[in-house]
Ligand binder design. Sequence first.
Ligand SMILES: [Zn+2]
Length: 258
Amino acid sequence: MVKIHHLNCVEIQSPVGRAIGHCLLLETENRLILIDAGVGLIDTQQPNERIGNELIDMVGFRFNEEWTAIRQIEGLGLNPKSVTDCIVSHLDNDHIGGLADFPNATIHVGIEEYDNYQSGNPRYLKTPLSHNPQIETYKQSDDNWSGFEARRIDLRLDMDIFLIPLFGHTYGHCGVAIKYMNKWLFYVGDAYYLRVELEDTVHPVNELAKMRADDNELRIETLNRIRKLVTEHPEIDVFGYHDIEEYNKFKGYGNREV
Ligand SMILES: [Zn+2]
């Protein structure tokens, strides 16, 4: 039996509006699994040392200890020490700052993303992984999920979880597909910042997404594949990391059981 909680662990006031960090917490009887981790406790205590003024101003981060995943897990009456695994879409710091709060958790990430991180790409910060967590990487696979390449993550749960390559935002950016209550959830990370990008290609957020992409052509190709999926499979719940409207729609999923 697994419960899924939707947590917002980021607050950003950007030039194109408010952005959040929509993380998922999978609760089983004796373990917790986090999908993306938001801003961490140490980030809120030492933002300049951990993230740096320049990036904070550029992105528009706001900090509050109560918004971190660890404090929200405690708030649910759960033990943060039970977080055994964290699946991450990519290694930008607004997605992994919180990993340091779960030092014993294994990190699950696509191999291309980890290689990109190790290659010295200046977009990444070293601080979020400076606690040297155990890292498990996932290689290219022949498996297919709804027309997308799918890399199975085996967490010994009675549940299908796949890492889905959605490259472009970063070279190794992935989404996560989860079967929950007989329905597929498809978390697309930063494949789009705001859902509006699927319909409105002149919205100012498109420019920001283009600017932040490692490979913009690949990002657009990925976006087109998501558009197609959303059209052909309205039964699949698709959502990204930063969109507050999507988050508000999903909050009600918390505490439901699979
Ligand atoms: Zn992001």
